[in-house]
Write a new protein. Sequence first.
Length: 226
Amino acid sequence: MAKIVLDGVDKVYSGGVKAVDNLNLEINDGEFMVLVGPSGCGKSTGLRMIAGLEEITGGDLYIGDEVVNDRPPKDRDIAMVFQNYALYPHMTVEQNLAFGLKLRKIPKPEIQKRVQEAASMLGLESYLKRRPAALSGGQRQRVAMGRAIVREPQAFLMDEPLSNLDAKLRVQMRASLNQLHERLGVTTVYVTHDQTEAMTLGDRVAVLRDGRLQQVDTPKNLFDRP
Ligand code: ADP
Ligand code: ADP
């Protein structure tokens, strides 16, 4: 777990678009922070900068107490979950869950332990030998989350992970995400344009507009106004 701090962070794309403009945001250790706002407001860019997938053009990004502006993604100890799952189609669920750990040369018994734990937490035990093509959308999304969980990272970053699921599955997955967060307590930054997700998942919600932070507050204070 780690605190994530954006200190006056800017992103100007090479074409000149200022996607993120002097963003100041402190995400506490173990906090679930949701980024919301209209399409094009800079949510994904913000998340990708935290992940190290996009260069920061101004300001400082801290993970824990360290400035990580120039650190590559693999050295940031954070795991990202995408909306399109990004599973390996030729591998089973078990192999998908284990793959990242093998690359990191984690010992085999430890890999097996983590894969079992993640599968149990996500209700995937009976699907471990299946390939992604033989899974439902909800199951695939849980495998994608499982791959993040087994790494035991300091933070999770999620970019609209539920947007490809139907309404019923979204309700289930929101409940699963809440359980997971309660259980693991990992610092999470979650991008969505869905107000219900923001309300039900966020400890706090940051509202962006035109690359700027408009408001950051608890869901209750933001959405429960009379
Ligand atoms: P959101 O996730 O809130 O929809 P984005 O972070 O994707 O917003 O985009 C913020 C702004 O940056 C938009 O104006 C978008 O067109 C622009 N943008 C995003 N990615 C790129 C890119 N690779 N090159 C140039 N402009 C981009
Ligand atoms: P489908 O809708 O095609 O049956 P799902 O992906 O929704 O497939 O779910 C498969 C099974 O896993 C369902 O029985 C569902 O209730 C269950 N399930 C959903 N979320 C969890 C979870 N976090 N932990 C354990 N089981 C779950």
